[in-house]
Structures are given as C-alpha cells and as structure tokens.
Design a protein around this ligand. Sequence first.
Ligand code: GDP
Ligand code: IMO
Ligand code: MG
Length: 427
Amino acid sequence: MPSIVVVGAQWGDEGKGKATDALGDRVDYCVRYSGGNNAGHTIVVGGEKFVLHLLPSGILNPNTVTVIGNGVVIDLDVLKQELDVLASRGVQVPHPLISANAHIIAPYHQTIDRVTERFLGKRRIGTTGRGVGPAYADKVNRVGIRVQDLFDESILRQKVEAALDQKNHLLVKLYNRREIDPVQVTELLLSHAERLRPHVVDAARVLNDALDAGRTVLFEGAQAHHLDVDHGTYPYVTSSNPIAGGACTGAGVGPTRIDRSVGIAKAYTTRVGEGPFPTELFDDDGDKLRSIGSEYGATTGRKRRCGWFDALVVEQACKVNAFTDVFLTKLDVLTGWETIPVCVAYDVEGTRHDVMPMTQSELHHAVPIYEFLDGWSEDISAARSFDDLPDAARRYVLRLEELIGCRISGIGVGPGREQSIVIHDLL
Ligand code: GDP
Ligand code: IMO
Ligand code: MG
C-alpha cells in the first residue's frame, strides 16, 4: 500500500483539498503535517460545499482516520468550531488523532500577528492574521505551548507566564496595547483539555505502525512550495515547511516511507497576500480569471491575485519536492480564451532565465516571456477521460507537462468530487 504526500506547487489554493478528498476511501489515514488554520481547503460533495481550515480533508471519507501531526499549529477554538460545524452537518467522527507534540496557537499569537502586520505597514506580509507565524516563532524560540502541556496544569501555568513575559512588554511599550493576563489565557486553554484528551496520541508512532501494517497514508500539504519558509519567496512566505520534506518532520516519518510525491498545480496562477508574482495580470484577463475561477480566499475572503501559468514556478517545485506526479486543477476555468499565454522563461534586466533565478531581487525584476498556446471554447466540465478533452486542451496539458518536466496524472475540470480526469492512478 502506498504512502503519498500532496503538496501545493504554486502559492496555495491549487485545489489540494479537492485532490485529497477525491482519492477517497482508499486512504486509511489522512495527515496534516504543517501550517494551521491559515489554510482553507474546499471540498464539494454532491453540490454541498465544505471548507476545512485545520482538519484534514480526508475527514469526509468515512473510512479515513484523520491525524494532525506535530508540525501543525492548533487553534483550539477553531478545532472545536470545525468539529461542531461538521457534526451539525452530519459528519461525526471520533478523530482527528492529534499529536501530543503539536503546538498551540494561543490568543496572544493572533494579537501579535495583527499588530505586527499593522506595524510593518507597507512592508507587511499580508498574513491571514490567524497567529500562525507568531506560534511557530515561539516554537523555534522554545517558549511554545504544546498539546501535552494541557494535561499538566502547573507546567501550563508556568509556560504561559514565560511566553507572555516578554510579549507583554512588547505589546504595552511598543505596540501601545493592553497587557494580556496569563491566568485568563491558561483558563481558556484548560477549558479545552478534557474534550481534547481522547484525541491526543503519539502520532508519529501511530503512523509508523500504520505504515508497518501496510496501511495507505496520505500526507496532506497546506500552503505551498513557494510559501515555504526555506524555499519560498522569503519573506513573503508562511512560517512552516509545506514542502514534501515537511511531511517527514511534521508527521515523524522517515523519507524512505513516502512512495509518491504529488504536486497540485492550477492551470493558471494565483496568490493571496504580498510578494513577487511575475505573471500577475492587472487587466481584464486577470479579472476574468478571478471571476470564472471564483478566486476569493477560502480563509480570509480576500481577492486572489491572478495570472497565467508560470512554468518556472511549477518546475522549481517539481525539482525540490521530487514530484512523481502533478495533478493539474481548474483547467475548465481556461475555457473561452482564444489563445492562452504560458510563461516559459523570464527576462531579468536583459538576461534570459529558463529556471527560477537564484535571488529574490532577480525575481522582483523578472519579466515573463510567454509562449501563446491555442485555446478552446467547448465546455469541458463533464470530461472524464483525457480523450474527452478538445484537441487544444490536450495540447495545453501536454505542453505544460513538457515545460515542468513531470507527468500530469490528473486534471481537474470542476470543483465537484467527481469532476476529475485520471490519467495515471495515484494510489
Ligand atoms: P486548496 O487550499 O489548495 O485546498 O484550494 P482552495 O480550496 O483554497 O481553492 C481551490 C478552489 O478551487 C476551491 O473553491 C475548489 O472548490 C475549487 N476547485 C478545485 N479544483 C477545481 C477544478 O478543477 N475546477 C474548478 N472550477 N474549481 C476547482
Ligand atoms: P492553503 O492551504 C494561500 C499566505 C498568506 C500570506 C502568507 C503568510 O489554503 O493553500 P500566514 O498567515 O501563513 O503567516 O501568511 O501566506 N497563505 C496562504 N495563501 N493559501 C494558503 O493555504 C495560505 N496560507 C498562508 O496569504 O501571504
Ligand atoms: Mg486554500
């Protein structure tokens, strides 16, 4: 039985949730390994829409056990709310299993996220404001609160006090905000402890035992390659490692245990928040992509910036994540253009780059060099095999495959669970 990691190949919102859900009942364990509720993964089942921020997308498949790995940061209120909403819609499950080592997003992390962004002004990152960055900062700074701390009240009190000690100085003296009371925060966190207790496990052990027993494990990436704190467009990134390698640290499995690495790429490009985006469109085509593709953030509702497919962006992700397969989503959105530009290289102040440049300054000055592919006008949302697609759509896919250097094994032609073309089975 294979284990497989699913990773965003661009700047997020590629359709990872749908792709994960579409793999269906064959997945025994679906694991989130990085990020927190900055993610927004949309799944449409029988016309009904679900948006998951923290829970793994496998939760809608009755045979799948979901797991929140140690690499995730957890907002306990959001966790409760998501589970309650699912229950009210008829999805009631005894999981997710939650790693005792996962870190907690405390209310002060959200406060700091928001005031820091405001303080940065024009230099802001455009974060989701969910406290994700500050929670990871505390983790690395060794003043984080972990899920296991909820079960040792005196330790929890000490840790919250220690975490707030410096922050309160910062909040009051620099940001002109009110002090946060550690006792109140501790009480709030403790109020979640008993409900959480049955979910908390040594997730690394559970997953390794499952793999030993031949179970199928899917590691569901959040965010994307180019938002990775090490490999993305730093500093315009998230604060974790969404790349495939992040599944090893964020779930506690060795690299030899992962059989397939699958990149999810949109047939064009979008980005939310600040940061470089060479193929971004500021004209009617950009608006048209946004409106046909419903490109509004699933988490913050912000307008997504839209542009043409950038082969350099996806090629880079293919290399670093060693993608065995790419799943190309939202091809249906491109229906109706006479020609479709695809970025095949950059011009950086007179020099041609066929792969992403090494430095951020070069990327900021990159001007896309486009190849113009024929478009199609036929509705492709009912296509279920590669042969159902019009010639021009097939040629578009095959050209992208050539440019990114990885086989395209699946194609999305609509938001619905069943609206996919499978060329090579992923499991
Ligand atoms: P994720 O964060 O990668 O899971 O992606 P999001 O859910 O944030 O954004 C993807 C959006 O595109 C959602 O609204 C999906 O329902 C939708 N979607 C996914 N795949 C397809 C597809 O192939 N075609 C169309 N039209 N919509 C899709
Ligand atoms: P999914 O999993 C798109 C972006 C934010 C911001 C930057 C840092 O749905 O693809 P953060 O709150 O993480 O500190 O914000 O990262 N960002 C995302 N963009 N999709 C996401 O998740 C994102 N998660 C974070 O917009 O630019
Ligand atoms: Mg999303």
